[in-house]
Design a binder for this molecule. Structure first.
Ligand code: DAH
Length: 339
């Protein structure tokens, strides 16, 4: 009998269970009325009197060992159970803070989407440029003030390596390597050596548009821009084109839209004029076409350029330009995207 007691004891020490149900089955196997320990208790009655003391003690030890082992297994499973509940992959996840699109990205995507509906595709150029693409090919005279150190960040002099001051440089790159018809948008970051304030920054974003083909007219330009203004702001937005000057366009114009805050009646935002300026544009100067290898007798084109910050300011009334690059989440969280 002592052998049986020892065998059960050894067996019980190695017991494992993966569920509470399994622990219960073990209890039945060892401790229930018909269980193995109970059977030994029955057998105990028949052992000779001189062995009773010794075997009785051993039996009690065994019973306690089995009871303790089962309790330990049960406890381990119960505490593991709570961990299991945490790992329930079907449970709803705790809310995770999601980022929002940057307002400049939202507006850039909207502008691109409006012009892509008019057949424009995207073409990007480098931010680190040379004098030819930023100035010379665009018909800037050698002594033009825009080349001045005050505006342009030069990385190197002779040969000039500089940060582009406008996305018009991307038009040059496109025209140099593509023959018309050309209909592209060039979005990107530009740099100017300006003191940072609420109204000026040393870097900002522009979107350039260029359309070159046979018989492109100023009326085409006007229609493309009117469509843009109405889609971007509201269907009753009006536009007006004021004569202006840019070295790379002739004739050149600046476009105003009717103030989207007061509807053109006049308010402090539009300085009581009813109009706000949003972009520069014009017919591509024949000198520019020729500089880029395009026959100016056969082809004509229009171009326009707008500041993404400016459009964002009009659309969302962000007055201080610095907010766009400070990464303050209280500001950024206000913009959500439908995309
Ligand atoms: N490049 C001009 C600027 O940075 C904007 C501009 C004006 C672009 C007229 C054009 C244009 O393409 O036709 O201020």
């Amino acid at each position: 009998m002592i052998d049986k007691i020892n065998a059960i004891k050894a067996e019980v020490e190695t017991l494992k269970a993966t569920s509470l149900q399994a622990v219960e089955e073990l209890r039945i196997k060892y401790l229930s009325k018909k269980g193995e320990v109970s059977a030994l208790m029955q057998e105990f009655r028949t052992v000779p009197a001189e062995q009773k003391r010794e075997l009785g003690q051993q039996l009690n030890v065994l019973k306690e060992a089995v009871t303790a082992k089962l309790a330990a297994l049960r406890e381990a499973l119960e505490s593991a159970d709570t961990v299991d509940a945490d790992l329930d992959l079907s449970r709803t996840a705790a809310p995770m803070p999601l980022g929002t699109r940057h307002p400049l990205s939202l507006v850039r995507e909207e502008i691109i989407s409006i012009f892509s509906r008019q057949g424009f595709t995207i073409a990007e150029g480098p931010e680190v440029e040379d004098d030819w693409h930023v100035f010379s090919a665009l018909n800037f005279a050698d002594d033009h003030p825009a080349r001045d150190m005050q505006d342009t960040f030069f990385i190197q002099r002779n040969p000039d390596v500089l940060l582009r001051t406008h996305t018009s440089s991307a038009q040059v790159r496109i025209m140099e390597k593509t023959q018309p018809p050309i209909r592209v948008l060039c979005p990107g970051r530009v740099y100017r050596n300006e003191a940072i304030s609420a109204r000026a920054h040393c870097f900002f974003h522009q979107i350039e548009g260029l359309y070159v083909d046979e018989n492109v007219s100023f009326a085409d330009l006007r229609q493309a821009l009117l469509y843009f203004a109405r889609e971007m702001f509201s269907p009753d937005t009006k536009i007006r084109l004021r004569p202006s000057y840019f070295p790379f366009t002739e004739p050149s114009a600046e476009m105003d839209i009717s103030c989207n805050l007061c509807g053109g009646k006049g308010c402090s935002f539009c300085k009581h004029t009813g109009w706000v300026e949003i972009l520069g544009c014009g017919m591509v100067d024949p000198n520019v076409l020729e500089a880029c290898g395009i026959d100016s007798k056969r082809y004509s084109g229009y171009a326009f350029g707008m500041g993404v910050e400016r459009i964002t300011n009009l659309k969302y009334q962000v007055k201080d330009l610095r907010l766009f690059s400070e990464n303050d989440v209280r500001f950024l969280r206000q913009f959500t995207s439908a995309h």
